[in-house]
Design a binder for this molecule. Structure first.
Ligand code: BG6
Length: 496
């Protein structure tokens, strides 16, 4: 008789006894996340500059499903003390928020540093530290100064210097108190999303702009990393990374294995390989496919701009841990040339593949969000084995609902199952450093406006006070943090 190991058995079946004795390691950190444009509001107070989101949604409100925008959002600009209080109520170790570039640098350039912007982020950082909560700061969560977009935005290679100047100012102002920095949130969204009319500035340029942006974000991140490494790390000993959004992809049938790997490289590899791989540069298989596609289409230069040898070395290794935003899984199916689904965002059109859901997975809100927690564990293994990265921080994970109820059992279950997968991955030997729930509270969910919620706390957007109220998922998260485990007693624990 052949025995399978406990780890393999648990990977496949996950009965409760697999988890019963598992606890989060003592240095595992729990957190919650938000982003400036989604929560701050106060879009034009004092000298704040206009961001691409301000400008495009003021001129074209129909770009969001409810014609809303982030002018007021959760009003965290005024209500940040309550946000800290909520983080304290949950008992989290870290709060991830982003700095609004145009709030700190109204012109986008370092010629003016806003006193008001400085004060706001100093207050928030100091307020968190007073309560023993670590500020985890994202430099860029999609609210590019409109002034820089007018100059070409992420397609202009000068943005590498613009971003570096901004990063240096942020490190100088806040680096003495912030020791975890995240450079550019989900570069895939910044490039593939924004150049596919899905996120501001809603451009339509998937052939060229998307890939110019791809190279420039990698270089901008690397430059910001190198500046920190050389000038600030010796003083403050902090850590940096760039959070990647990472759908897990699996082949629909064994025959789709090759294209499924290719789609992983198109999504994750294009934004990870240059930084984390031993060789650096673009994933070779993607560089090859895109070069062939471009040639066939009559382009004389590769659409995905090549890296020079110096650039490869400059970008390679610019990380202290892998920052992962994980939400969902897709199955990948090979298609005949020209028959890929209409999803340029996924890169299907470049690879002749479709992405579909497994009928066994339930979906949340829309069918883009399939619930398959096992995908997270597989993905953690993939990162670990593909890049040999030692440490992984989950910088986002959460579930959208249309219902605004305080009883949010589906979100609670989603978070629970993902935490279970993390415990199992840790047990497999992968160093998951922490988990960050998206989101602390309901907020402006980009093109879904306020129709979709991810919050552990609900927010009453009809009230001028933007009243925040904990959901059941908040109580659950609190009890996990308190016990540092997922036990059957969880539901009995009271929330403070
Ligand atoms: C992540 C983003 O990709 O997904 C968050 O970093 C965002 O800012 C979250 O709110 C949910 O995305 P969406 O598109 O459902 O609002």
């Amino acid at each position: 008789m052949q025995f399978i190991s406990v780890a393999v058995f648990c990977l496949v079946f996950i009965p409760s006894w697999c988890l019963e004795n598992l606890v989060f390691p003592p240095d595992f950190k729990f957190g919650v996340a938000t982003a400036a444009y989604q929560v701050e509001g106060a879009w034009n107070v004092n000298d704040k500059g206009e961001s691409v989101w301000d400008s495009v949604l003021h001129s074209q409100p129909s770009l969001t499903m409810d014609r809303s925008n982030g002018d007021v959002a959760c009003d965290s600009y005024h209500l940040w003390r309550r946000d800290i209080e909520m983080a304290v109520e949950l008992g989290v170790n870290m709060y991830r928020f982003s700095i609004s570039w145009p709030r700190l640098l109204p012109t986008g350039f370092p010629n003016i540093i806003s006193e008001d912007g400085k004060r706001y982020y100093n207050d928030l950082i100091d307020g968190l530290l007073e309560k023993g909560i670590e500020p985890v700061v994202t430099l860029y969560h999609w609210d590019l100064p409109q002034s820089l977009q007018d100059l070409g935005g992420w397609a202009n290679p000068l943005i590498i210097e613009w971003f570096a100047d901004y990063a240096k100012i942020a490190y100088t102002l806040f680096g003495d108190r912030v020791s975890t920095w995240l450079t550019i949130n989900e570069p895939l969204v910044v490039c593939d999303g924004a150049y596919n009319k899905m996120w501001a500035p809603f451009l339509d340029d998937m052939k060229i702009g998307r890939y110019l942006c791809n190279k420039n974000v990698m270089m901008a991140h690397a430059k910001a990393y190198r500046i920190y490494d050389e000038e600030f790390r010796p003083l403050y000993h902090g850590k940096l990374s760039m959070p990647n959004i990472f759908f897990w992809f699996e082949p629909e049938t064994p025959a789709d294995a090759e294209v499924s790997d290719l789609l992983l490289q198109m999504w994750e590899g294009r934004y990870s390989h240059p930084i984390y791989s031993k060789t650096g540069g673009w994933p070779p298989e993607i560089e090859k496919v895109l070069a062939e596609n471009g040639k066939r289409e009559g382009y004389r230069q590769p659409r995905l701009p090549t890296f020079t040898k110096e650039e490869i070395d400059f970008v390679k290794g610019t990380y202290d841990f892998y920052a992962l935003n994980h939400y969902t899984t897709r199955l990948v199916r090979k298609e005949k040339p020209g028959q890929a689904g209409p999803w340029p965002f996924y890169g299907c059109e470049e690879l002749d593949v479709s992405v579909v859901n497994d009928p066994l997975w339930t979906t949340a809100v829309t069918d883009w969000f399939a619930i398959n927690p096992e995908g997270l564990r597989k993905q953690l293994h993939w990162i670990n084995s593909t890049y040999g990265v030692k440490d992984i921080l989950i910088t986002e994970n959460g579930l959208p609902t249309v219902e605004k109820d305080l009883n949010d059992f589906t979100r609670l279950t989603y978070i629970k199952s993902n935490l279970e997968q993390i415990l199992l991955a840790i047990d497999d030997g992968i160093n998951v450093m922490g988990y960050t729930a998206w989101s602390l509270m309901d907020n402006f969910e980009w093109s879904s406006g306020y129709l979709v919620s991810y919050g552990l706390y609900s927010v009453d957007f009809t009230s001028p006070n933007r009243t925040r109220t904990p959901r059941d998922s908040a109580r659950f998260y609190y009890s996990v943090i308190r016990t540092r485990s997922i036990t059957s007693r969880q539901n009995e624990l009271n929330y403070v």
